[in-house]
Design a protein around this ligand. Structure first.
Ligand code: GLA
Length: 342
C-alpha cells in the first residue's frame, strides 16, 4: 500500500464580492491554511474520515444524486465523484485548519483536494468548473467560480485579479509593507440557508433592465425601478470599479487608498447588497479604529464568517485573534524553487 498526499489552500477575497456570478471582477488570494488529504487508492468506494466530522463519508464511485448522500459533508465528496467519475476509489483522512463556513472557501478547498486525489482535471478552468458544479449539485447553492479559481491558481506573494467575463486571471504582486489579517466574527454561515441565491436572482433582474452589470455605468441605475434591485446593482457596479482601483493601489503600494477601498466595499456590502451582520460591522469598525490598520471589510459571501484587514506589519492585532495570512500558491501551482513546502 502506498500513501499519497494532496493539499489545497483556502482563500481570502481582498475585494470584489458578489461580482463573480455577474461576469465581474474580483481579487482573491490563496492563504496558508487549507485542506490536506492523505489517502491510498483502491476499491470502489471513496471513504474519508475527517478530524472535524463525527461520521465518515462513504461514497460509491457510481453515486447517483450527490444531494441525497449523508452525512452532509459527504455530499461534497459525492459531488466531486459524480464529476470526476474515477475508475477506482480511495481511503483517506482529511485534515483542515480552515474554519468551516468561515468565508475562507473551506468547501472549494475541500472539493479541489478531493478532485486532485481522485485524479480529476489538472487544467485550472476545467478543475474549477468541475468543483463548482460539484458544490452546486451537492448543496443547490448557485455559487460562482471565484473560490475554485483562487484555490487552484493563486501565486505566492500575489493576489489574483480575476475577470469573470473573459474567465481569465493575472497575478498582482502584494507590497511587502502590507500585512493581511483574517478575523472570524464567531458567526458561522451556511450558504444554503442564506440569501445568496436570492441576491444572484436580484442581479439577474437588474440585468434585465440595464443589460450585463459588468458593462453598466452608475448613470444606468436610474433605469431600474425597484429600489432594492437598484441598490443591488449599485453594489456590483461600484465593486467592479473598486477592484480596478485596488489593483492600482496595490501596484503602487498606496495602502491608505487600499484601506479606504476596503471600507467602501464593506459599506456597499452592508447597505446596498445587505449581506453583512452586526458582528461583522462591529469587527470592521473596531479594526478600522486600531492603530496601524488601513481598512477592513467582510470577505466572501457574508452572512457571517470572516473579515479581512490590511495592516502595517508592525500593527498589533493580537486582541482580535485571527490569522495573519500569507499569499500562497494555489493547489495546481508549484511552490517556488528552494521552498520547503511540499
Ligand atoms: C461565495 C461563492 C463565490 C462568491 C462569493 C461572494 O464564496 O462561492 O462564488 O460569489 O461567495 O463573492
Amino acid at each position: 500500500m502506498s500513501f499519497e498526499t494532496v493539499f489545497a489552500p483556502g482563500r481570502v477575497n481582498l475585494i470584489g464580492d458578489h461580482t463573480d456570478y455577474t461576469g465581474g471582477l474580483a481579487l482573491p488570494m490563496a492563504i496558508d491554511l487549507g485542506t490536506t488529504i492523505e489517502f491510498e487508492r483502491g476499491g470502489d468506494l471513496v471513504e474519508l474520515v475527517s478530524e472535524i466530522e463525527p461520521v465518515r463519508a462513504r461514497v460509491s464511485i457510481d453515486v447517483g444524486d450527490p444531494a441525497a448522500v449523508r452525512p452532509d459533508w459527504a455530499r461534497f465528496v459525492a459531488g466531486v465523484v459524480a464529476e470526476v467519475r474515477p475508475s477506482s476509489g480511495l481511503r483517506g483522512i482529511v485534515m483542515t485548519d480552515l474554519p468551516v463556513g468561515g468565508g475562507l472557501s473551506s468547501s472549494a478547498s475541500f472539493t479541489v483536494a478531493v478532485s486532485l486525489a481522485l485524479g480529476g482535471p489538472r487544467d485550472p478552468m476545467t478543475l474549477a468548473m468541475a468543483c463548482q458544479r460539484a458544490e452546486q449539485r451537492a448543496t443547490g447553492v448557485p455559487c460562482g467560480l471565484m473560490d475554485q479559481i483562487a484555490v487552484a491558481s493563486s501565486v505566492a506573494g500575489h493576489a489574483l485579479f480575476i475577470d469573470f467575463l473573459a474567465n481569465a486571471w493575472s497575478p498582482v504582486p502584494l507590497p511587502e509593507s502590507l500585512a493581511v489579517h483574517v478575523i472570524h466574527s464567531g458567526v458561522p454561515r451556511r450558504l444554503e440557508s442564506s440569501a445568496y441565491a436570492k441576491r444572484r436572482e436580484e442581479c439577474q433582474v437588474a440585468a434585465r433592465s440595464v443589460g450585463p452589470l459588468r458593462a453598466a455605468e452608475p448613470s444606468d441605475l436610474q433605469a431600474i425601478a425597484d429600489p432594492v434591485v437598484r441598490r443591488r446593482a449599485r453594489h456590483v457596479i461600484s465593486e467592479n470599479a473598486r477592484v480596478r482601483f485596488m489593483v492600482h493601489a496595490l501596484r503602487t503600494a498606496d495602502l491608505t487608498a487600499a484601506g479606504a477601498l476596503l471600507r467602501q466595499s464593506h459599506r456597499s456590502l452592508r447597505d446596498d447588497f445587505e449581506v453583512s451582520i452586526p458582528e461583522l460591522d462591529d469587527l470592521v469598525e473596531r479594526l478600522t479604529k486600531t492603530p496601524g490598520v488601513y481598512g477592513a471589510r467582510l470577505t466572501g459571501a457574508g452572512f457571517g464568517g470572516c473579515v479581512v484587514a490590511f495592516a502595517d506589519p508592525e500593527a498589533d492585532l493580537a486582541t482580535f485573534g485571527g490569522w495573519r495570512v500569507t499569499p500562497s500558491p494555489g493547489a495546481l501551482i508549484s511552490p517556488p524553487a528552494g521552498s520547503s513546502a511540499s
